[in-house]
Design a protein around this ligand. Structure first.
Ligand code: CP
Length: 309
């Protein structure tokens, strides 16, 4: 049995297989509409979500399966003190696979160690968000035709943004990828990530000016300042609008520099950009369903019945 806790749990070859399967699903959805007949996905969400939870549910429904779950810690027996370990043992009796979001880093890993079914990390605190990363990779691959030879700017809350941490870990495995980290000083990438990139000789730059680096970028990955991870409301208010992508800033970018955002958006991308052909964040949302369909198939061992090579 296999879990997904970090994007690095899958090798580059396995990620490539997943992305090819997701692309085939997007082109031939009917072929996959009964793959999970009789199977159940449990969504265990201890934190709010729109995209991740509903795209997991849509993915399982599209595959012919069924879903069950809870949307908040408050509506589950966690509110009565039940541990993650006990909850997953119980859910293992009800479902074939589970997706878990939790505010504490490592909670899905704890669940996996007690589980009899595959556990997918659907976001743990400020740590990882691997299914968002696979969604981002599929989107970049479809738009640019490659995942290597790329300069990617990551802008906003790079300290608490788990999508950033996961995406950097995933992208650094491809050749000639340069990272430009754009953030206020207080929201720079965590020290452990900086040390990893430095020790492994990756090409990266840290700056607090978006305009200066715009012309270099092949991908601009905008992120929201993560209000829920701040200890101090005043700091959040001071930092929340540090970077707002406007038409005038996007005018500095290449014609094929695509703008991604894991969403939800607050103020960091002006809505005037939504109709620009380079705005790719709603394409990302659609790709999230295909990637999660592919992932469910792989973790349940059902992909072998659908060779795509
Ligand atoms: N991208 C993402 O994780 O969105 P949700 O918080 O709505 O699931």
């Amino acid at each position: 049995m296999r879990h997904l806790l970090s994007p690095l749990d899958f090798s580059v070859e396995e990620v490539d297989h997943m992305l090819r399967l997701a692309s085939d699903i997007s082109e031939n959805p009917d072929k996959y509409s009964h793959v999970c007949d009789g199977k159940k996905l449990a969504t265990l969400f201890y934190e709010p979500s729109t995209r991740t939870r509903l795209s997991f549910e849509a993915a399982m429904l599209n595959l012919g399966g069924k879903t069950l779950g809870f949307q908040s810690a408050q509506s589950s027996s966690a509110s009565k003190g039940e541990s993650v370990a006990d909850t997953i043992r119980v859910i293992s009796c009800y479902a074939d696979i589970a997706a878990m979001r939790h505010p504490k880093e490592g909670a899905p890993a704890v669940a996996a160690s007690f589980s009899n079914i595959p556990v997918i990390n659907a976001g743990d605190g400020g740590h990882n968000h691997p299914t968002q990363t696979f969604t981002d990779l599929l989107t970049i691959k479809k738009l640019k035709g490659r995942l290597d030879n790329m300069t990617i700017g990551l802008c906003g809350d790079l300290k608490f943004g788990r999508t950033v941490h996961s995406l950097v870990n995933a992208m650094k495995r491809y050749k000639n990828v340069k990272f430009i980290f754009i953030s206020p000083v207080e929201l720079k990438i965590p020290q452990y990530l900086r040390e990893e990139l430095t020790n492994e000789n990756y090409d990266f730059v840290e700056t607090n000016t978006l305009e200066d680096v715009m012309p270099e970028l092949d991908i601009l990955y905008m992120t929201r300042v993560q209000q829920e991870r701040f200890f101090n409301e005043a700091d959040y208010i001071r930092l929340k609008d540090s970077f707002i992508l406007t038409e005038s800033k996007l005018a500095l970018a290449k014609d094929d520099c695509y703008v991604l955002h894991p969403l939800p958006r607050v103020n960091e991308i002006s809505v005037e950009i939504d109709n620009d052909p380079r705005a790719a964040y709603f394409k990302q949302v659609q790709n999230g369903v295909y990637v999660r369909m592919a992932l469910i198939m792989i973790l349940l061992g059902l992909d072998k019945e659908f060779p795509i090579d």
